[in-house]
Ligand binder design. Sequence first.
Ligand SMILES: [Zn+2]
Length: 456
Amino acid sequence: MALAHVAVTGRDRRHLSELRNKFRAVVVGVQETRHGIVVDAYIPAERIDWLRQKGYSVKLLEEINAPSRVRQDQSRAAAESRLKRGRYGDVIWAGGYLTVDEVEAAVVLGERNHPGVFERIALPHRTWEKRQCHAFRIGRGTGKKRPAVCFLAGVHGREWGGPDILIYLGMRLLRAYRDGESIRLGHKVFTPAQIRTIVEKLDVIVFPQVNPDGRYFSMERYPWWRKNRRPAPKGRGSKSIGVDINRNYPFLWRFDRHFAPNTVDSSFKPSDYESYVGPRPASEPETRNVIWLLDRFPNIQYLVDLHSYGETILHSWGGDEYQSDDPHMSFLNPQYDGKRGRIHDNVYREYLPAADVVLASRMGKQMSGAIRQVRGRDYKVKPSVGLYPTAGASDDYAFSRHFVDRRKGKIIAYTLEFGRSRASTPFHPPYDEMRKVMREVTAGLLELCVELAKET
Ligand SMILES: [Zn+2]
């Protein structure tokens, strides 16, 4: 099956939302332009004409099968050359995406080269393929009063660049701190004083590769793979492997009960290629590792989950549009079961305190501003909810924790979709392009750290 990356315009939002529900397109992003709403999507190439007959305007951007294979070959070649030249796990030298094992090796290197400011953290749950994951904490000193930020990446297999970004960020930060130097990223500069403040005042907690099994499968076998590698239920074939980690968190997970029919982009069918939610909330070791990390560091105030692509910085909520007037109209209130998730109505909107709206959009804009300075790319800051609502995603889960249990700290959470939609194979673009993305996203995340450190 030839898979086509397409830009689709339709008559209106309803017509476009049928793309997924009726026509099984994979919808990646939505953009409001002068010419109407444009949807970034993937469909089998042979269905393009058929969609046109249904009244959509479809522009073919790229058939991705062949270029994806090329990307896999390039990555293998780059990894081999790193190995030959003694650069195993060196993201700064790199030349191509780090392999799954190299991401782990890079964390070991960090621990060896930067004692006293680097803590390697073993996650408690092994993946289905028995991989042991590590996170790390950068920070000089300890203490409950230190605020923390948490960065996640590598949740979806095919989004290869996330782990590279976070390893790159870690290495640049550690080296600059050790050498008392600044960090220059395109036109954006962080001064030695700012670097010192970050390392000495904050805990920077980084979990670079949440779903190594899925990333491995995408890099070595099928580039389009998104989920983890949970074995198929008994009697089912390989089509029923895997759970979407970012639909598996305990936030409105029973979407059939909590949301209005045909709103959420989730599925209870293991054979759903994109967004099977799993047999239970937090059923997956990868999900439980993230939850464990948030529990282990109750001082986390901001979380950014890196995904690709689309150049957006998304803040809560993803479950519905928000309102700041009625605290009882919230995910905690079963009265609204079956009513959530219809976009552009007032029957239900998720409660977001006005002060949190300010916090989330202010910090989002800070990040976006720093990103723009690197090479001029414009990352739009907006609420997570787009053409569809989401249930069980990391950002809503992290932010919801303190509403569920007031003893837990408030976490302002973002999903940052890095990378441009018009690159070749945008889930894993050529590495030259990826390096530019690594620099700009690093600038955004460091800016968040600088701003948070200022407040303390
Ligand atoms: Zn993703």
